[in-house]
Design a binder for this molecule. Sequence first.
Ligand code: PLP
Length: 381
Amino acid sequence: RIYLDHAAAMPIHPEVLRFGNRFLAGFAGNPSTIYREGLAAEEAVSRAREEVAALIGASDPASVIFTSGATESNNIAVRGTALRNMKRGKRVVTSTIEHISVLNPAKVLLKKGFAVTEVPVDRYGTIDLGALEEAVTPETVVTSVHYANNEIGTIEPIREVAEIVHARGGFLHVDATDAAGRVPINVERAGIDLATLSSNQLGGPQGMGALYIRPGVRVQPVLVGGGQERGLRPGTEDVFGIACMGEAARLAAKEMPEESRRLAAIRDRLIAGITDIEEAYLTGHPTERLPHHASFRFSRIEGESIQLAMNMLGIAVATGSACTSRTLEASHVLLAIGLAHEEAHGSMVATLGRENRADEAPRVVDAVRETVKRLRAITPL
Ligand code: PLP
């Protein structure tokens, strides 16, 4: 079995698994209490906060809050920041290829009287900086642009985006779900005001995430209750999940340089081999892309058929985003980079991870070649 859908779900890092087993065997109290068991839990949460902050170059660990995942972080960042700061203006800007967990919260703001602008991208998925300059006005409270796209792997020019946003006095939120732990991120040097992270994308458990909020940026909670996580994420902490995410962040920071280089070499073999197939094209940016990410489109066949056929050959690949793949709608990302509906339906995404080995690349290329040939022979298209 060859698993190539790490953007959808990552196996837990073996060291996180060992750490988690040890952690669960002990007893973590409630971090809000002040006796020994509670203080130990609070200590575990604090350590995790430090590790996550360190991974993204945040000098103040208190700037990181833990959430239930990237979706919740994106909601707090987009809605919470917009609603808390709407005295400044009622405008929000995103790109056309953000994840739905950014686009949908922005749409909710429409009902509160906000104007939302989706800035276009070019055929590689790189944001149009000229259009961004026009879209962001002094009334724009939040601009949300992801660090990298999960469907096409393109890395955005975040520093340039930050300059444009800050020149007009607004806040920049960056969904770094797919980029964190893959490429070095320094929120302070990049000028990022809020950043979304996912535990699973670092090799930690699913259903766990974090949000970096630069000190001084005021955000309104989306969920209300107790004062946990500075009142921004009330409710008793998932101490186990948080501790494991912290350990995953520590390992990601340590292993990233070597691991990203190793995966990029496999990715490049996949790209070279698969784009050699007739009418097969790379999607996303040829060079400014995530090191573990290879995405393609094939004319005259459907992504779902490719996925099923590859599965029969023992290989798990994605077609578009896991969140929308069951809807059978064309991906908004592929349409936004200029593909026609029928072109957007023929996509295949391979995202690599720790267990993948270089010798799998030729096997995958052969399987894709065989699959494409077989499907084209029976296609009515
Ligand atoms: N943002 C991006 C860029 C993603 O790729 C994903 C999921 O893959 C999410 C947000 C949502 O993450 P979750 O489903 O863990 O909340």
